[in-house]
Design a protein around this ligand. Structure first.
Ligand code: AHM
Ligand code: MG
Length: 298
C-alpha cells in the first residue's frame, strides 16, 4: 500500500512541505497516548470563552513545540491561543492554523475526536481558506486516520502499528447524500435554517450529530449530506471558527467536490478579521449547499 511519503512525492509536494506534513501527522501517536492522562477539564478557558479540556491544552502545547522546533513555520494560529504566534528564526515560509483537539466535550466519553490543520505557504496565518496550500485532519477513532489534501483531491490514510500511514482511499469524492446534523438549540433556530432542515427531513434525511465537527464531517465526506452550525436567533455569529475549523475543513470539502458556506457566502473567500473570527458553518454536498443558499438568498 502507498505510504504518506510516497503519496506526497507523487503529488509533487516540495520537500519542506512534505516534511512538515509528515511531522505533524506523526503527532497523532503521542496525542493518542496522552488521552489516558488527560481526561479531566483543565480549569481554564480558551479565547472563545469555552472550558478547556486538559487534552486541549496538552495537544496545543505539544504541537506548538514540535512546529516551532521544525524551523519550517513562521506563524501559528491555534484555537487555544488568543493571538497568532510568530517564529522569527524559521527558515521555511509556512504558516499553520490548527484546532489541536476538536470535539473536546467527547474526550471523557471516548467518542471520536480529531486534530484539524491548515498550512499556508505565504507565511501568514490569517489568510483566506482558498489560499491554503494543504489541509488535513487526524481522527482518533477505532483507527488513527489522516484525511489530507495538497490541492490535488482528497486522500485518506490509516496509521499502522509501526507509525507508518498507509493509503486507504483516494481521490475521495463526496456524494450527494442525506445525512444531516445541526448545532444550536432547536428552539433558537432561524426560520430559514428550519426551512432548510425540514426540506432535508422531508426527503428522508437521516440525523447524525455527535458533538465533534471533524468526526461528523468525516462521515459526510464518505456518505454525503451536510454538517451545520448555524446562526441562531440569540447568536448570529454561530459557535465555530473560520480560521481553524471552517477553512481547513472547507478546503477538504471543496477538493472532494463539496462546498462550505455561511448560508450566503463561500467561506473560503472570506478574509479573517482576527484569529478567533467566528462564523455560521454549513459544509457538505454541493447540491445541499446550493439549496441552502437559494433559501437564504430569498
Ligand atoms: P471544540 O473545538 O472546543 O471541541 O468545539 C467545537 C465543537 C465541534 O467539534 C462540535 O461540532 C461543536 O463544538 C459541538 O457544539 P455543541 O455541543 O454546541 O453542539
Ligand atoms: Mg474545534
Amino acid at each position: 500500500m502507498t505510504t504518506l511519503k510516497e503519496y506526497l512525492d507523487s503529488a509533487g509536494c516540495e520537500p519542506m512541505l512534505s516534511d512538515l506534513i509528515i511531522l505533524i501527522a506523526a503527532q497523532a501517536a503521542p496525542i493518542r497516548e496522552a488521552f489516558i492522562d488527560n481526561q479531566s477539564y483543565a480549569g481554564t478557558e480558551n479565547t472563545s470563552g469555552e472550558r478547556q479540556a486538559a487534552l486541549d491544552v496538552w495537544s496545543d502545547e505539544h504541537l506548538t513545540k514540535v512546529i516551532e522546533e521544525s524551523g519550517l513555520v513562521k506563524e501559528l494560529a491555534s484555537e487555544e491561543k488568543s493571538d497568532v504566534v510568530t517564529f522569527p528564526g524559521a527558515k521555511g515560509n509556512y504558516a499553520v492554523v490548527m484546532d489541536p483537539l476538536d470535539g473536546s466535550s467527547l474526550i471523557q466519553v471516548n467518542l471520536c475526536v480529531g486534530t484539524i490543520i491548515g498550512i499556508y505557504d505565504n507565511g501568514k496565518a490569517l489568510s483566506r481558506g482558498d489560499e491554503l496550500r494543504a489541509a488535513m485532519y487526524m481522527l482518533y477513532g477505532p483507527m488513527t486516520v489522516l484525511t489530507i489534501s495538497v490541492g490535488k483531491g482528497v486522500y485518506t490514510f490509516a496509521m499502522d502499528k509501526s507509525g507508518e500511514y498507509r493509503m486507504l482511499e483516494g481521490p475521495v469524492k463526496m456524494p450527494e447524500g442525506k445525512i444531516y446534523g445541526s448545532g444550536g438549540l432547536n428552539k433558537d433556530w432561524t426560520a430559514t435554517h428550519r426551512e432548510f432542515i425540514e426540506s432535508i427531513e422531508a426527503e428522508g434525511g437521516k440525523l447524525r450529530y455527535s458533538g465533534s465537527f471533524v468526526a461528523d464531517f468525516h462521515q459526510i465526506l464518505k456518505y454525503g449530506g451536510i454538517y451545520c452550525y448555524p446562526a441562531t436567533i440569540d447568536n448570529e455569529i454561530g459557535k465555530l471558527r473560520l480560521v481553524f475549523e471552517a477553512n481547513p475543513i472547507g478546503f477538504l470539502a471543496k477538493q472532494a467536490g463539496g462546498a462550505i458556506s455561511d448560508g450566503k457566502n463561500n467561506l473560503l473567500e472570506i478574509s479573517p478579521e482576527k484569529s478567533n473570527h467566528k462564523t455560521p458553518i454549513y459544509v457538505g454536498s454541493e447540491g445541499l449547499i446550493k439549496r441552502l443558499e437559494s433559501i437564504c438568498g430569498r
